[in-house]
Design a protein around this ligand. Structure first.
Ligand code: ADP
Ligand code: MG
Length: 377
């Protein structure tokens, strides 16, 4: 009993995917093996308050947890200006300060953090940097893998280097678009025929992504994407089926079976993902065996190329006419509800949800030990 590991599950976050994170975290909290792990919960509000939470798990998805946590707190836990305080939290008595160097929440030492946070500020290396500074093991990719996975342009530069086929692309900064949008448009039109995809380099959930069928839509798409990020990615359109593969592991990662998403809209936009429930998930995808193996191979290659560890979901297109496989993107903290693609893919590959959580926690500890450095020269 004594060697139960204490896991800090963090949910919410300052991201457009805050709500999805609350649902993912609730599934994890309900399925984590309480005989092996003691769980401590912390929510991050949309405006950046870090709140330890001891209440009912069922109040997390609706957002009711926030008022309860605010009521529970003795002293206000870290706001944006005191993030490190939030990791080495000393909100019961000052004596905990003496144990600085230990990551604590409410006076309890934390063995491993599970940041169930999607999108910017959660999946992009920023919070991972904080865990590095706090010297605490954490589930998922490190600073570099998270940042590369989040930045679609840099991920593409590396996929290219790794020889993984992908949609042809161009990119521009917000400033270039603002200064001379006509010049940007002519460069794009020189290279690509419509339709053309326009995306913010750093974003998720299809926020700011558009499919431009003509020059007017391209102009609108560029301005829209530039609202969400400083860098804008332009891609040729791939007329493909959308398939996804889950990767699990550290230095020797494994790939799951492959699943398919059939979007209910013209493409897998925000509405198709979260609003109208029109999209369908098929696990396993109905694909030729060789295509499945090709996808699994590329998924592991992409994971390693971006220096990922722990987990990632790698998304692909399979061209509807040629059958050719193209990588689309990698998600380093994919949706984790029990009906999300990532856990479903592992379930179908023989790893049940509860065991998946346990493996991720063990991988986090293993990676932390493997990362130790001699700083004494
Ligand atoms: N080059 C492309 N060709 C065809 N469809 C695309 C292309 N890029 C994106 N899409 C569509 O847009 C959706 C969202 O784009 P994606 O790059 O996956 O961004 P996000 O990180 O927001 O999920 C994809 O799931 C797909 O439906
Ligand atoms: Mg996507």
């Amino acid at each position: 009993m004594e060697d139960k590991k204490r896991v800090l599950v963090i949910f919410g976050g300052q991201s457009s995917e805050h709500e999805v994170s609350r649902i993912s975290a609730t599934s994890i909290l309900k399925n984590i093996n309480r005989e092996k792990f003691e769980v401590v919960m912390m929510g991050i509000t949309k405006d950046g308050k870090w709140l330890p939470y001891n209440g009912d798990i069922d109040k997390i998805p609706s957002g009711e947890w926030e008022q309860i946590a605010l009521g529970e707190n003795i002293k206000g836990i870290g706001t944006k200006s005191s993030l490190l305080d939030a990791m080495v939290v000393c909100n019961d008595t000052d004596k905990n300060i003496e144990k600085s160097g230990e990551t604590q929440v409410n006076g309890k030492k934390i063995d491993v953090v599970f940041p169930v946070l999607h999108g910017c500020n959660g999946e992009d290396g920023t919070i991972q940097g904080l865990f590095e500074l706090a010297s605490v093991p954490y589930v998922g990719c490190g600073v570099l893998g998270s940042a590369l996975g989040m930045d679609k342009i840099y991920a593409k530069i590396i996929f290219e280097k790794a020889g993984i086929p992908q949609a042809d692309y161009l990119y521009f900064t917000r400033k270039e678009i603002g200064r001379n949008i006509d010049r940007v448009i002519s460069k794009i039109e020189e290279k690509f025929a419509y339709p053309i995809f326009v995306k913010p380099s750093n974003a998720g959930s299809s926020v700011g992504v558009s499919k431009a069928h003509d020059r007017d839509e391209l102009e609108r798409g560029l301005n829209l994407a530039a609202r969400f990020d400083r860098k804008v990615l332009i891609e040729e359109f791939i007329n493909g089926r959308e398939v996804e593969c889950a990767v699990l592991g550290n230095d020797d990662p494994e790939a799951s079976t492959v699943g398919e998403v059939v979007p209910g809209n013209e493409f897998y936009d925000y509405k198709a993902k979260y609003i109208d429930n029109s999209s369908k998930i098929k696990v396993p995808a109905d694909l030729p065996k060789e295509t499945v193996e090709e996808i699994r191979g590329y998924a592991v290659k992409a994971f390693k190329a971006l220096d990922c560890c722990g987990l990632a979901r790698v998304d692909f297109f399979v061209h509807k006419e040629t059958g050719k496989v193209y990588i689309n993107e990698i998600n380093t903290m994919p949706g984790f509800t029990s009906i999300s693609m990532y856990p479903m893919l592992w379930e179908a590959s023989g790893v049940p949800y509860g065991e998946l959580i346990e493996r991720l926690i063990n991988l986090a500890i293993e990676r932390y030990e493997d990362n130790s450095r001699d700083i004494n020269g």
